[in-house]
Write a protein that binds this ligand. Structure first.
Ligand SMILES: Cc1cc2nc3c(=O)[nH]c(=O)nc-3n(C[C@H](O)[C@H](O)[C@H](O)COP(=O)(O)OP(=O)(O)OC[C@H]3O[C@@H](n4cnc5c(N)ncnc54)[C@H](O)[C@@H]3O)c2cc1C
Length: 400
């Protein structure tokens, strides 16, 4: 009987994990000793950082979307269907069609989803650039019509993926308003529940003077409780009220439906996961990677990429009885666009607090360059290059 390794979710982490497993076990798959399978709910794969450009720079949505199937190694048994339930005890997943798949090892990579309904009337009141290309396009079309008034951009609740993205959106919007000559008729407010413009202080020190220089008002400690779309007002838990003409908020996120329905997550649907081995608590053969975990690191594509490698290495070690335990170091490395063609980076790990990195043109070019290599990075073939850039991302321990 072949050993079955199943990956659930064909996004940044799951696609890479399936491709790395297919490469690692190429011979065993050909000999029918191992089967690597990927099941994913969507025909399309979105390069999510591009959602910002669709929303604030008018980039064509189809340039950031590809079909998932061609991104996946041919040796992977590919199923395009929603998973309805995951049973870690029975080692079985139930698909929407009623078919079930069993496994010996599983990697869950089902991501995170914005949940605007968790705040009364946020969905109808606000636009957001975290959901889909269509939602991002709505922002672009709205901006083109918008001539004057108060725009409020911000964080409606935490956690959410890509921590820099609300700040990035504000800077890109400011760029757009300046380029189109509308800025003097528009007041721009950045709203956050945190005590400072960016949660990590070293980077907040970088961001704060830039916001000030651009005349962007910052409202901190604003924990959004509800919205009144008719009055165009936001209300905070602290009892404050803020008016707006146009509202663009990042909703609080939660784990995928299937995690909630399967009872695998905490209250918000995050899977309790060992922050180093990436094993789901209580299971030796089940791993969670990327946005879907409860690990205390930023939910970013780079995190998902680095975690995919650790989970795959641990499965390989277990199947080949190599006696090694690989550990994720908590490394994060996320670009942070600050407008005017410049970007900083959010770099840190479990051992290393986030650094203060100044924005430069070169860093923005690196961010733009990554767009081009993203699709190839999903095959794992660029890791020789990315490893140099990310530095030490995986530590290994001998188990005996
Ligand atoms: C605006 C924006 C900007 C960003 N910028 C950056 C950036 O600059 N750098 C960076 O590193 N990260 C960035 N990110 C974050 C990054 O895109 C995510 O953190 C990353 O995609 C997470 O990868 P993942 O594999 O965990 O989840 P995803 O890539 O979201 O994939 C989840 C997959 O699971 C599938 N799935 C879910 N439920 C089911 C089910 N029931 N059955 C089957 N399949 C299912 C989905 O269809 C999807 O294919 C950004 C995100 C946004 C929104």
């Amino acid at each position: 009987m072949a050993v079955k390794v199943l990956v659930i979710g064909g996004g940044t982490g799951g696609t890479l994990a399936a491709n790395l497993l297919a490469k690692e076990f190429a011979v065993e798959i050909a000999d029918n000793d191992i089967q690597v399978a990927l099941v994913t709910g969507s025909k399309f794969h979105v390069f999510q950082p591009g959602l910002l450009e669709v929303a604030f720079e008018g980039k064509a949505p189809d340039t950031i979307v590809r079909e998932e199937r061609p991104l996946v190694n041919r040796k992977v048994a590919y199923t395009e269907e929603r998973v309805e339930r995951i049973d870690l005890r029975k080692q079985e997943v139930l698909l929407a069609s009623g078919q079930s798949l069993d496994y010996d090892y599983v990697i869950i990579a089902t991501g995170s989803v914005p949940n605007p309904d968790s705040i009364p009337r946020l969905r109808e009141a606000s636009l957001n650039f975290h959901t889909s290309t269509d939602e991002s396009l709505r922002i672009w079309h709205t901006l083109k019509q918008f001539e004057k008034g108060r725009v409020v951009v911000g964080i409606a609740g935490v956690p959410h993926k890509c921590p820099p993205s609300p700040n990035e959106a504000t800077f890109l919007l400011d760029d757009y308003l300046r380029k189109t000559g509308k800025r003097e008729h528009v007041s721009l407010t950045f709203l956050t529940p945190y005590p400072r413009p960016y949660p990590a202080e070293p980077l907040s020190k970088v961001v704060e003077p830039l916001l000030e220089k651009r005349g962007i008002e910052v409202v901190t400690f604003f924990n959004l409780e509800s919205v009144d779309p008719r009055k165009k007002e936001l209300y905070s838990l602290e009892g404050d009220t803020i008016g707006y003409d146009l509202l663009i908020m990042v909703p609080p996120h939660q784990g995928a439906d299937v995690i909630v329905k399967s009872g695998l997550g905490d209250r918000d649907g995050w899977i309790p996961t060992d922050k180093q081995t990436l094993r789901i608590n209580g299971y030796e053969n089940a791993y969670a990677i990327g946005d879907c975990t409860n690990i205390p690191v930023s939910k970013t594509g780079v995190t998902a990429h680095l975690e995919a490698k650790v989970a795959v290495n641990n499965i390989v070690s277990s199947i080949k009885e190599l006696g090694k335990l690989h550990k994720y170091t908590g490394r994060i490395n996320c670009p942070f666009e600050v407008g005017s063609g410049k970007a900083a980076f959010v770099v840190g790990s479990y051992e290393m607090p986030v650094k203060q990195i100044e924005p430069t043109r070169m860093r923005q070019l690196m961010k733009k360059g990554f767009e081009r290599v993203y699709w190839r990075s999903l095959s794992g073939s660029l890791d020789w290059l990315l490893d140099r850039y990310f530095g030490e991302t995986d530590t290994t321990e001998n188990m005996s």
